[in-house]
Design a protein around this ligand. Structure first.
Ligand SMILES: N[C@@H](CCC(=O)N[C@@H](CS)C(=O)NCC(=O)O)C(=O)O
Length: 225
């Protein structure tokens, strides 16, 4: 098979690549590493990705690392459905949502998850409050958008949706372990739920869900970067 994905369970950047491969109906084989696996620092893997990180997609053109780079590559390999829009405006809007997430919400999401899964609610109260504040501010924008449009990029699913969805699922899991807050209330928003359900109804969505995600198994926050 032409494509082979190296991955770790529960990693948001891996999840976006899997969602993109499914959306494009591109078949792939896979190697799943265990967290902290020695294989990721083995010279044979470092030759593929000198950073020793996942996701990496092996392609007929060689290995591609960095999830957003992989999405851009896949969009050129198979143009339908487009991940980054058709027009200049669509491309700009889609990238705007992706970069808003990368530059603002992702940091807050990582802080919330780290605090939630290490039980540091009391010792890192100020960090927790700061991350909550950023979360509320960023989610207000996302919810406003989803009340107006079916997808973040506009009328069609795009890279913006599949980049944000895995991060938002991490946010949900983290909030389950934290005291009720305004951010918890925002997560019940019907427009947000409706958007999530549309993603969850995509073909082969179940294959992308991190193994163990539906249980109370401890979360691998190492994979959160
Ligand atoms: N910016 C990268 C993130 C890659 C990354 O940080 N991967 C982490 C998991 S999220 C990893 O492989 N960590 C294992 C390690 O560094 O040993 C992307 O979007 O692909």
């Amino acid at each position: 098979m032409a494509y082979h994905l190296y991955w770790l369970s529960g990693v948001p950047s891996v999840w976006r690549v899997m969602l993109a491969l499914n959306l494009k109906k591109i078949r792939y084989t896979e190697t799943r590493f265990d967290p902290g696996s020695a294989e990721m620092s083995d010279p044979s893997f470092l030759q593929i990705n000198p950073r020793g990180q996942v996701p990496v997609l092996m392609t007929p053109d060689g290995p591609i690392r960095e999830s957003l780079a992989i999405l851009a590559y896949l969009d050129r390999v198979k143009s339908e459905p487009p991940l980054f829009g058709r027009s200049a405006t669509e491309a700009g809007v889609i990238w705007q949502w992706i970069m808003d997430y990368e530059n603002h919400l992702r940091g807050a999401m990582v802080t919330l998850a780290t605090i939630a899964f290490t039980g540091e609610q009391k010792t890192r109260a100020a960090d927790l409050a700061g991350a909550m504040q950023v979360g509320v501010r960023e989610f207000a924008t996302i919810l406003h958008r989803l009340r107006l449009m079916p997808w973040l990029g506009g009328n069609k699913i795009s890279a913006a949706d599949i980049v944000l969805y895995p991060g938002i699922q991490w946010m949900r899991r983290s909030l389950d372990h934290l005291e009720p807050s305004e951010l918890h209330d925002m997560m019940h928003n019907p427009a947000l739920k409706n958007w999530e359900q549309k993603i969850e109804r995509l073909p082969k969505f179940e294959r992308t869900v991190p193994p163990g995600w539906s249980t109370d198994a401890p979360m691998n926050i190492v994979g959160l970067a």
